[in-house]
Write a protein that binds this ligand. Structure first.
Ligand code: G3P
Ligand code: MG
Length: 261
């Protein structure tokens, strides 16, 4: 008699919608600002990805790069500046004249915005190098406070396992996802050890065998940054759980196809 195969772990409930606006609204407005979230919301998006790191005095705020140079009026490593200085910088003028003066948002402001509007949030923990664990722990603690009474979905993600470990220690009940830009050795064991609910990959990595492997481990499958309609169709046909996109003006988050007509 052959032994019965062990069933895969059950998928946990998944509260995020399929379509997630990248950095607020991708490229239509200055990334990772409240203005970008508002533009994404204007296109009907109800879930947002953004990047969070710490100021020198431990305040969580939104910024993608380690340095201020590309997307603000400041220069140098953002994590070396206190929040009082960061809060005075212009995070919109680099994008276009109409957004000049747009501030860097504190995580408190983003939490208020998504909760007041009933939007889901995917917070990518993007630590200043060397501060991975501390950033995860501080963001976890901040979100415990900020989302204590929130009914809106919140998901942490990070490319850095140490950051997810920090978040897990501070806020074990807030779900986590491992971000992958390549399938490095041991990634699935790390996702399991961190008790992740999902893995978020570069869209080019996602295929049927990988989805099957994730399902077999009880994990949800999401992709970034999906801006090409053919890729969006391919991934939906595979049964993808989430698509993070810059193209909020191209993909309707409501229509089944996801493409505006
Ligand atoms: O969280 C998905 C995506 O944002 C990861 O890449 O560099 O755009 O933060 P990046
Ligand atoms: Mg990101």
């Amino acid at each position: 008699m052959t032994p019965a195969a062990t069933p895969p772990p059950a998928l946990r409930p998944w509260p995020l919608p399929l379509w997630i606006a990248h950095r607020g609204a991708g490229r239509l407005a200055p990334e990772n600002t409240l203005a970008a979230f508002r533009v994404g919301a204007g296109y009907g998006y109800r879930a947002f990805e953004c990047d969070v790191k710490l100021s020198a005095d431990g305040q969580p705020f939104l910024l993608h790069d380690t340095t201020l140079d590309r997307t603000t009026s400041g220069r140098g490593v953002a994590g070396e500046r206190p929040w009082a200085e960061l809060a005075r910088m212009d995070a919109g003028g680099w994008h276009s004249r109409g957004y000049a003066g747009e501030p860097l948002p504190h995580l408190d402001a983003i939490a208020r915005f998504v909760q007041r509007n009933g939007y889901a949030l995917n917070l990518e923990i993007k630590p200043t190098p060397g501060l991975e664990q501390a950033t995860g722990a501080a963001v976890g603690a901040a979100c415990l406070r900020l989302f204590r009474q929130a009914a809106t979905p919140l998901l942490f993600s990070s490319f850095r396992p140490e950051a997810l470990q920090g978040a897990q220690g501070a806020a074990p009940g807030i779900p986590r996802a491992l971000l992958l830009d390549r399938l490095w050795p041991g990634w699935l064991d790390v996702a399991r050890a961190l008790d992740c609910v999902a893995v978020v990959t570069d869209y080019a990595l996602m295929d049927a065998p990988l989805i099957a492997q994730l399902r077999g481990a009880g994990l949800r499958a999401l992709c970034y940054t999906v801006n090409d309609p053919a890729e969006a169709w391919r991934l939906q046909a595979l049964g993808i759980d989430g698509l993070i996109t810059d193209a909020v003006d191209r993909f309707s988050p409501h229509a089944g196809s996801g493409v505006f007509d």
